[in-house]
Write a protein that binds this ligand. Sequence first.
Ligand SMILES: [Zn+2]
Length: 239
Amino acid sequence: MNETEWLTCPDPARLLAARWDLGEFASERKLRLFGVACIRSMWDRMRSAQMNDSSEQLATCQTAIEICQRLSDAAVGQRELAVAREHVHTTLHCFPDDSQPAHAVLAVRLALDTCSVGRIAREAARAAGDGPYWAESVAMEQVRQAALFRDVFGNPFDPPNIDRTNSGATDIVTLAQCAYARWRELPDGHLDLAPAFSLADALQDSGWCEYDSNVVRHLRSPGPHVPGCWVIDLLLDME
Ligand SMILES: [Zn+2]
């Protein structure tokens, strides 16, 4: 895979395979965050079509998704995890096999059990499949997932262009910490663009980045920016 193919690839499974082929390291945390981003991407659309907003099943899955995200920071106790697994396992049997909700709940269950993101992404894409244009809607979801993958893992053909030796580190790290913390309060898990733009300005003012640095360009792009975004992680020294 070359850089053009990387930037336009519509399939997260191919991007994942390409990273391995390039010898790029992927931490369990990053893989988990990408899996959660895939689930969040399809969740609201699938929920509105297939689940009653007040249902017990819905509440169970939303709690489980939040736990999956906290798993990336190892901030989940064994008891809490076991209860969530049991509830999601029970919920899975509430829906017909191969239905949209069944694929969605299976994606959540996989995310609780493993960081096998290929399987999580595949089930999340199937959950987004709808009606007579099932294959097309699954393919559209995979395109969204590929964009999420590039946000989390960056571009292996274009390493970060940043110089940390200049002053202003405290402001930048504080802004990046605020952005990361704010994500956890947002229901769709997507970063508002305003904090990303502020961070881009601060990076330029500090001298860490030129105006055309790939780091600044990423922050000024329309996103998506999700927890695990390669720029925020870079600034916070997180892998
Ligand atoms: Zn981003």
